[in-house]
Design a protein around this ligand. Structure first.
Ligand code: GLN
Length: 310
């Protein structure tokens, strides 16, 4: 498909999916997120030649929340390599993103880097490597975009930190098993700030393009991570990126995805492109209903599911 037919397709998808924007509810357990205008819908595609296509509210920044776990994981893998897997697993959890239940049985080793427990371990790894881990994640994103105008929304970070009892419980519990090197408060400060990075669909599609290109920045050509790490990240997105809806997403969309409670969903078409859709209202699993519908439609219309066209 060329750029103009892809553009026409995402324009159509956004127009057709607007009717889904009133389904579900905006996340309000982080009070600052409840203030977001709920009817937004955006979609963007970045292709390997660097073209970025935008539709609807694709340039409006939103809170990337758990999509930040993707960039934090990439940075940690770059620093630690395969030894990272001694601290965090690679299995889907089948539990909500903020669940504690498996941690006791598994002695404080989280199931995967995308549930909150796993992401807190990744942040702990970054705390040991960087003085300001959230800045390291932000600057990593700046490097991927070639721009420095992406920022942490301090109000969202503060709001989440003030309401972080659940994540604090997870962090303390893991520390009780000797699985967290830094103090929970230090890890939570960095984690909440990292989740509060604000980006648009267009920027998220562009920043994640290396995952569609075997870990290389397709324009600069330099490796962001090696091909093995990129493959692992895509595999984890497919199996764990949408939490306890990962199986449903694999059936409906058939692409590696990462969701966030800000309503963003990022998807990778290996060897082709990266795309992102955003709409704030969520289903019971914390995944955006309209953004998932938009990406599902994209995969169906293009036949680009990694499992083949249907
Ligand atoms: N910051 C959010 C939390 O820890 C991220 C969750 C998400 O986006 N699924 O609860």
């Amino acid at each position: 498909m060329n750029a103009s037919s892809l553009q026409a397709l995402i324009d159509d998808i956004v127009a057709a999916t607007r009717s889904r924007c009133d389904e579900g509810a905006v996340a309000d357990y982080i009070p600052a997120l409840a203030k977001v205008p709920p009817d937004r819908l955006g979609m963007a595609i970045a292709t390997l030649d660097g073209t970025v296509l935008r539709a609807g509210d694709a340039t409006e920044p939103f809170s990337i929340q758990s999509i930040s776990k993707l960039f934090a994981l990439t940075l940690a893998l770059r620093r630690e390599g395969e030894s990272l897997w001694r601290r965090v697993g690679r299995e889907p959890s089948g539990t909500p993103f903020n669940s504690l239940v498996l941690l006791e049985r598994e002695q404080g080793i989280p199931r995967n880097p995308f549930v909150n427990a796993g992401a807190l371990v990744i942040t702990d790894v970054l705390c040991q490597r960087f003085l300001q881990p959230e800045r390291a994640v932000l600057e990593f994103i700046h490097g991927l975009l070639g721009r420095t105008d992406v920022a942490i929304d301090a109000g969202v970070a503060r709001s989440e930190r003030q309401h972080s009892d659940r994540n604090a419980a997870i962090a303390h519990f893991m520390r009780s098993f000797g699985k967290l090197g830094s103090q929970p408060a230090t890890v939570l400060d960095a984690y909440c700030a990292q989740c509060a990075i604000a980006m648009s669909c267009a920027d998220l599609a562009r920043a994640s393009l290396f995952l569609a290109a075997d870990g290389r920045d397709p324009l600069g050509g330099s490796p962001v991570v090696d091909a093995l790490a990129a493959r692992r990240i895509n595999a984890l997105m497919l199996t764990c990126g949408a939490y306890d809806a990962a199986g449903d997403f694999a059936c409906r969309i058939g692409l590696p995805t990462k969701t966030g409670v800000g309503g963003g969903i990022l998807a990778v078409v290996p060897g082709r492109m990266s795309l992102c859709a955003w709409s704030p209202r969520l289903d019971a699993n914390g995944n955006s209903i309209a953004a998932a519908a938009a990406i599902e439609r994209f995969a169906a219309e293009t036949g680009l599911s990694i499992f083949g066209a249907s």
